[in-house]
Design a protein around this ligand. Structure first.
Ligand code: ASP
Length: 329
């Protein structure tokens, strides 16, 4: 069949995840088996909407993706836009979607949208959501209103910004939220409807180093400081703490952090899942005023996992000194 020359060009790649999974007859559980063409086979309507360029770049559960793989995927996606794609879509597992979306967003230099989606139910389950999410993601990707918004996550008919979206439930269909702000838009009857205008974006250069590591530790009741203390000797070059409440740790952790931070860029985030870290409320040892004096950077609205992505990319391009300007209040 010859495709109409007027159709826009949409590039779609799959990386794996539940959206690509089916029951494995040997072990009974679902595993990644559907390549990108097979995922799209239930959606013939897509080929009426756009000239598709389709690629299978991985068949992994998203827990096994890594930064180096993501840079390869990004190179593929950038190449698609440079060769004339109007938009790019990626399908992947939902478990790390909040991190990969932010990773790509920090590096995505185009007005053309990069839209990520996945599924909560595998292709073997009744009511599987993969095809509906793929269709909604394509509708968003091709919408003029999606230009200039960086990387978007489209799932369950909601459109989320990469910096805000989080997986907040393990198995529910409504597993994704943007705590505090809500989604930036919705897909209604196949149309992308945005609640907000796009805001100006800044992107980072590609990292020139890939060998550095950033640790993420969660503060918890009665935790000792052995792991913190071990970080420099283990070769970690950055640290993110998912702190208590508004970005706090125990007195003992505060003291240890004070010893670490002269040589180790460190971000204090909140483990609560909603709301920003404080700046000027609590005066106790381990509170945000004390921690800032010790050189920690308060994460603001950014969740701990996204903080780690940010710090890894900043260190990778030698820009860790710019960290405070990248932490949204
Ligand atoms: N449960 C995950 C998903 O929704 C598995 C993964 O992230 O690969 O895709």
């Amino acid at each position: 069949m010859t495709e109409s020359p007027q159709l826009p060009r949409l590039s779609i790649a799959s990386l794996g995840g539940t959206v690509s999974m089916q029951v494995d007859t040997v072990d009974g559980g679902v595993t990644p088996t559907l390549d990108c063409e097979k995922q799209l086979s239930l959606l013939p309507a897509l080929r009426q909407m756009a000239h598709l360029e389709v690629a299978t770049l991985g068949m992994l559960p998203s827990a096994s993706l890594g930064f180096v793989t993501l840079l390869e995927v990004l190179a593929w996606a950038r190449g698609q836009v440079e060769r004339g794609a109007q938009a790019v879509m990626l399908t992947q597992g939902t478990d790390t979607l909040e991190e990969t979306a932010y990773f790509f967003d920090l590096l995505w230099p185009f007005d053309a949208p990069l839209v990520l989606t996945g599924a909560m139910r595998s292709a073997s389950q009744p009511g599987c959501d993969g095809p509906a999410n793929l269709l909604a993601a394509a509708q968003v990707a091709l919408a003029q209103a999606s230009q200039g918004r960086g990387v978007l996550v489209v799932i369950n008919d909601q459109i989320h910004s990469a910096a805000k979206v989080r997986k907040v439930a393990s198995l529910a269909m409504s597993a994704f939220e943007s705590p505090g702000s809500g989604p930036v838009g919705e897909v209604v009857e196949g149309v992308a409807r945005y609640h907000l205008q796009p805001s100006p974006r800044e992107v980072l250069p590609l990292p020139h180093r890939l060998d550095h590591r950033v640790a993420l530790l969660e503060a918890c009741l009665d935790a000792d400081t052995a792991l913190l203390q071990a970080l420099p000797a283990l070769g970690y070059e950055g640290l993110v703490i998912a702190g208590f409440g508004a970005g706090h740790v125990s007195g003992a952790w505060s003291e240890m952090l004070g010893q670490l931070t002269p040589g180790l860029p460190a971000i204090m985030a909140t483990r609560t899942g909603r709301g920003p870290t404080a700046l000027a409320t609590y005066g106790f040892v381990g509170g945000e005023i004390d921690l800032q004096k010790k050189g920690l950077h308060m994460a603001g609205q950014l969740c701990p996992r996204k903080c780690r992505v940010l710090l890894w990319l900043l260190i990778g391009s030698g820009r860790q000194a710019l960290l405070p300007t990248w932490l949204p209040r």
